[in-house]
Write a protein that binds this ligand. Structure first.
Ligand SMILES: Nc1ncnc2c1ncn2[C@@H]1O[C@H](COP(=O)(O)OP(=O)(O)OP(=O)(O)O)[C@@H](O)[C@H]1O
Length: 247
């Protein structure tokens, strides 16, 4: 197992009286795929926002590669090597696929030549090279999600956090997205994935953290988590449990 890349210590986030994250602690190790699961409203996106600087947590600490990044601005965190995608895709509609990816590359470098080189590499990696000149507005949802990942990758992250990158995709597209995650892991990028499609994330995850009503209720390998009583009750239900037992 690699060294700790991201460490959350007692992280709490409140919106008025709503406690979206309560005393959440876990770590993400270098080179692994860690999935964050839980029912709607469990606090997954809020946690993403606290880690990536979009929210300043109420209390607790976030460290990335040994550095305290709690409350740091999002672009600064991104420059340190922690990139993310958004649940609601933010593809820039008036820009081409290549230009969208360049906006990410310019967070990594100011030089056009280097940014262009990064964009080309990332388009090959994400199989977008033949769509380089299509406008963001004309893309399918699957391609928009892929551009979103590509743009985050162009910032050259060591840790990439994907927020529901597979939602709304068909079976083939989900399989492609799973393959892309494994390819990124192989290239040395650590991944944190928020996803509801268990059939897609369980096979590719090294470890899983489960949130329910803001609290961490379980953490372990996919096998440990799908057999965890509280997780079955709060989220997975008997359906996924019974199915995974059969396999
Ligand atoms: N900006 C906000 N203002 C007020 N309450 C919020 C805000 N963002 C999230 N919440 C509340 O915090 C709780 C956690 O929401 P969050 O979106 O983080 O859950 P989630 O696990 O990502 O859900 P989903 O799976 O539906 O995306 C919910 O009760 C939600 O209503």
């Amino acid at each position: 197992m690699g060294e700790a890349m991201l460490v959350l210590e007692h992280l709490t986030m409140k919106f008025g009286n709503v406690v979206a994250n309560e005393n959440v602690s876990f770590q993400v190790n270098e080179g692994e795929i860690l999935s964050l699961i839980g029912p709607n409203g469990a606090g997954k996106t809020t946690l993403f926002n606290c880690i990536t600087g979009f929210y300043a947590p109420f209390s607790g600490k976030v460290s990335f590669r040994g550095q305290n990044i709690t409350g740091m601005r999002p672009n600064k965190i991104c420059k340190l090597g922690l990139a993310r995608t958004f649940q609601i895709v933010k593809t820039l509609k008036e820009m081409t696929v290549r230009e969208n990816i360049l906006t990410g590359a310019f967070l990594h470098t100011r030089h056009m030549k280097e940014a262009s080189k990064i964009a080309e590499e990332i388009m090959v990696l994400t199989h977008l090279q033949h769509k380089a000149h299509q406008l963001g507005a004309n893309l399918t949802i699957a391609d928009k999600k892929r551009v979103e990942i590509a743009r985050a990758l162009a910032t050259k992250p060591q840790l990439l956090m994907l927020d529901e990158a597979m939602a709304g995709l068909n079976q083939t597209e989900i399989k492609d997205a799973m393959e892309l995650c494994l390819k990124l892991k192989k290239s040395g990028i650590t991944l944190v994935i928020v996803e509801h499609i268990m059939e897609a994330i369980m096979p590719i995850s090294d470890r899983v953290v489960v949130l329910n009503a803001g609290k961490k209720i379980a953490e372990g390998t996919p096998d440990e988590v799908v057999n965890h009583d509280q997780v079955i009750k709060a989220y997975l239900g008997e359906r996924y449990h019974a199915k995974s037992k059969k396999n």
